[in-house]
Design a protein around this ligand. Structure first.
Ligand code: DC
Length: 236
């Protein structure tokens, strides 16, 4: 896979800035950007729409088999409109950011059968290379052969503040304490589950963005990628 282009993996907990940074880096490098959390959110959207119990693994597994998920690059100039996600042809990019999805998505993402089913789709999306893929298990499980792995972190307080601001800016009326509860709960489920929990891959580079601006983090990451490319050219 490496021969086809660079693969950059970004993992980390909720609201740590993976999506913003992933899109900025992909735009800068003219790479494809894949937010794998959006895939779990899309399944959650369909599960809730069909009033299926979020812990019913077998029914959800059948639903996943019957679902067509596609991701399309739409407008690289706008970070909000960078990529759209479609479920069975329906554009649900906005819907999957609803707090109701936040409340339920980790319950579905912890189901081993569902994770197994979604591995193929994620690997297929990365096949051509020149990709930035972000999630919870990209460097550890989905694409362990990634050229560069980043693991993002930021203090819990900072992440809660960021997610709260993001939801308020989008027009949701939500309580700060509710956002706090959801993020803490989601991180707990994501990192304690048996199947592909959130972990820092041994060879991942740790990026702590707590007291750093977006520009600072972006410049740092681009420098690391540039160095990697230069080394790779020299050895090839
Ligand atoms: O990154 P996000 O908040 O949009 O992700 C939504 C949920 O999906 C998150 O709580 C955990 C799950 N997820 C996962 O288990 N594995 C991934 N590779 C990406 C997301």
């Amino acid at each position: 896979m490496k021969k086809n282009g660079l693969i950059i993996a970004i993992d980390g907990p909720a609201a740590v800035g993976k999506s913003t940074m992933g899109k900025l880096i992909a735009r800068e490098l003219d790479f494809l950007y894949i937010d794998t959390g959006a895939i779990y959110r899309a399944i959650t959207w369909k599960v809730l729409k069909n009033n299926i119990n979020v812990s019913d693994e077998n029914i959800i597994s059948n639903l996943v088999s019957d679902t067509c998920i596609t991701i399309e690059k739409v407008d690289c100039k706008s970070l909000n409109d960078y990529c759209h996600i479609f479920v069975d042809g329906e554009d649900i990019t906005e819907e999957i950011r609803n707090p109701k999805i936040d409340q339920n998505v980790s319950q579905i993402a912890r189901l081993p059968k569902i994770r197994k089913q979604l591995i193929y789709l994620q690997r297929k999306l990365a096949e051509k290379g020149n990709i930035v893929m972000e999630g919870r298990d990209i460097g550890s499980v989905i694409l362990p052969q990634s050229d560069i792995k980043f693991y993002f972190t930021a203090s819990e307080e900072e992440r809660i503040k960021r997610r709260y601001k993001e939801l308020i800016d989008k027009g949701y009326s939500i309580d700060y304490e509710e956002v706090k509860k959801q993020i803490i709960q989601r991180d707990k489920i994501d990192s304690k589950r048996k199947s592909a929990p959130l972990i820092k891959a041994k060879d991942a580079i740790l990026i702590d963005s707590t007291e750093k601006s977006i520009e600072e983090v972006k410049d740092n990451i681009l420098k690391i990628i540039k160095k990697y490319r230069e080394c790779r050219e020299k050895t090839n």
